[in-house]
Design a protein around this ligand. Structure first.
Ligand SMILES: *Cc1c(COP(=O)(O)O)cnc(C)c1O
Length: 397
């Protein structure tokens, strides 16, 4: 059994704060500052450019990629870190549609994160030649998969409602129609067990700064199924994805397998923070994490529904159909969330009317769940949110 009191002690949560926003930006791992300090002073400071060889910086995107690979059920050697998620979406999508050259449709859904859709639209625009992005309601994805579809681009867990797609089922439907399946795991990696290999995902991408706790700006990851590893074209053919980057060859030759999905210089300092964050995951069993998250999520839903009749649950109750967040709707969700944050309960708001709470058992337990529910109930009962100070939108919500 995973010891969640031990994992809790590995995060710095400021005094007086109940942090229910780890689905947006994970908290600081206690070991991260020292790891980063060592990276800066002992490695960068002392070794200078020698650090690439002496400290193995260049190998980190692959070694840390494999540690994430374990959490998403990937075969070792097929996950690599780099860039941001938006860029990895571009790479996966561009590679996938080139593998189905006689098809012109990219299928996604209206529950997807805007960046994924913007990236797909931009790619369609750039390619011309009849390419289109077709976007349907989340529950209509399966029915919309036909033999015109080159690839489905689906985010497993909806960032607003926490609704979860059935990855195995949609992947199978895509394959039955001859299409490829690209999965965005932004709200899945570190949130629930994922089995990219067993469920046949062709490509998967995700970020590390949400449930994986690598810190703001932490690098993204990309997984390419082994059966495609030597065919996939990386689209962004950067020098570090070259087979022999230090030959400085003027002609591009893709690196072996997942290596080609590297683009440019990896973010070494951020990877130091990620390394410390991943150490926490070494003692975590994903099935334990999932069971605990569902239990805490149910507890939060029950408490809030009993005490806050004005809030409407936006997250599916059915365990299989939800990720690791709980969301409620209210017309004044923004102000309510600001009032909540002012009392030390940090969740977030998503337009137009969502109050969103990340359920992260690594550092959240019953006490935090109950206190958060009580504070939310008190704010609603007192009408404390109805204050001009809480209505002014900040730049980042
Ligand atoms: C968080 C998130 C992103 C953000 O992409 P970045 O390039 O890391 O800013 C993209 N897609 C989804 C589904 C997300 O949840």
């Amino acid at each position: 059994m995973t010891d969640f009191s031990a994992t809790h002690a590995k995060f710095h949560i400021p005094d007086g704060v109940i942090y229910l926003d780890g689905n947006s930006l994970g908290p600081l791992p206690v070991a991260a500052p020292e790891r980063m300090q060592k990276m800066m002073t002992a490695e960068w400071g002392q070794s200078l450019i020698g650090g690439w060889n002496e400290h193995g910086w260049m190998a980190m995107p692959r070694s840390l990629g494999d540690r994430i690979g374990r959490l998403i059920g990937a075969e070792p050697g097929h996950t690599v870190l780099g860039d941001t998620l938006s860029i990895k979406v571009f790479q996966a999508l561009a590679a996938a549609i080139r593998m189905r050259p006689d098809r012109r449709v990219i299928l996604s859904d209206t529950g997807n994160f805007p960046s994924d859709l913007y990236i797909a639209e931009g790619l369609v625009d750039l390619l011309g030649d009849g390419y289109t992005l077709k976007t349907v309601a989340p529950e209509e994805v399966e029915g919309a998969i036909d033999d015109t579809v080159a690839a489905i681009l689906i985010t497993e867990v909806d960032y607003r409602t926490g609704r979860r797609h059935d990855m195995a089922r949609l992947t199978r439907a895509a394959h039955d129609a001859g299409a490829l399946a690209i999965w965005d795991l932004a709200h899945s990696a570190g949130a629930l067990p994922v089995r990219v290999a067993a469920e046949g995902a062709d490509f998967a991408v995700g970020c590390t700064y949400k449930y994986l706790n690598s810190g703001p700006g932490g690098p993204a990851f990309i997984y390419v199924a082994p059966r495609h590893a030597e065919q996939a074209k990386p689209a962004l053919a950067g020098w570090l994805g070259h087979d022999r980057p230090f030959d400085f060859d003027l002609r591009y030759t893709p690196g072996a397998g997942i290596e080609r999905m590297r683009v440019g210089t990896p973010p070494v300092l951020q990877m130091a923070a990620l390394e410390a964050a991943l150490d926490v995951w070494d003692g975590v069993d994903m099935d334990d994490l999932r069971a605990r998250a569902l239990e805490l999520g149910d507890r939060f839903i029950a408490g809030v529904e009993a005490a806050c009749p004005d809030l409407v649950l936006a997250t599916p109750r059915d365990h299989a159909s939800r990720g690791s967040q709980v969301s409620f709707r209210h017309p004044d969700a923004y102000a309510i969330m600001q009032a909540l944050i002012a009392r030390g309960v940090v969740g977030d708001f998503r337009a137009p009317d969502i109050l969103r709470f990340g359920i992260t058992p690594l550092y959240i337990g019953e006490a935090e769940i109950d206190a958060a529910g009580d504070t939310l109930a008190a704010i609603l009962r007192e009408g404390a949110w109805d204050d001009p100070a809480f209505r002014t939108r900040k730049a980042v919500t």
